[in-house]
Ligand binder design. Structure first.
Ligand SMILES: N[C@@H](CCC(=O)N[C@@H](CS)C(=O)NCC(=O)O)C(=O)O
Length: 113
């Protein structure tokens, strides 16, 4: 048990290649969503984005090989560990609640355009 707790706190550093992969996804997609397929908050985010365009990029972190390491890279980059983790035009937006509040303020449409 102690070993398990120790390994949790002493996780391997995130490889540069994974950080580069995450940055590249953010840089090459106007709307980038890091998601998990079973996550209800992610579903809300995708439903909202669908109203604007189907043309956004989603990576389901639970369905790709390096998903958990990508999630750690995102935490290092943004301070946010949870999904969805949303970027619009390379800018970190935050999670579903952040996206929904932009929508409620009427600020999302202009951000996406
Ligand atoms: N307030 C957050 C809640 C997001 C959240 O709690 N997501 C869960 C998945 S449904 C999560 O990331 N849990 C940790 C994990 O999956 O590693 C938001 O609005 O995006």
């Amino acid at each position: 048990m102690f070993e398990f707790i120790k390994s949790w706190f002493q996780a391997e550093p995130v490889p540069e290649s994974i950080k580069t992969e995450v940055k590249s996804l953010v840089d090459t997609n106007n709307i980038m969503v890091f998601s998990k397929s079973y996550c209800p908050y992610c579903q809300s985010t995708k439903s909202l984005l669908d109203k604007y365009s189907k043309n956004y990029k989603v990576v389901e972190l639970d369905e790709v090989d390096n998903g958990s390491v990508m999630q750690r890279a995102l935490q290092e980059m943004t301070g946010q560990r949870t999904v969805p983790n949303v970027f619009i035009n390379k800018k970190h937006i935050g999670g579903n609640s952040d996206l929904q509040s932009l929508q409620a303020k009427g600020a999302l449409a202009s951000l996406i355009k």
